[in-house]
Write a protein that binds this ligand. Sequence first.
Ligand SMILES: [Zn+2]
Length: 71
Amino acid sequence: MFKCKNCNSVDKFELMFHPSYKGSKTFNICYTKLNDIKITVDGYTFIPDLSFMNQYAVCKYCGRINCWDYK
Ligand SMILES: [Zn+2]
């Protein structure tokens, strides 16, 4: 899981999109056998890492972007 460095909220990966993201924002979350979060966004499947979070994810609690660290 990831933690917001600004407000210290832990996001259970309710993915929030960067304001400049232009896709249709259709996404789906599931878990791998190893219990990693696996996300499908607009048909593209990946396992999010910290660099992804800091590029694209917005904290739903405080609205900051690029503010993630591992919990
Ligand atoms: Zn935050």
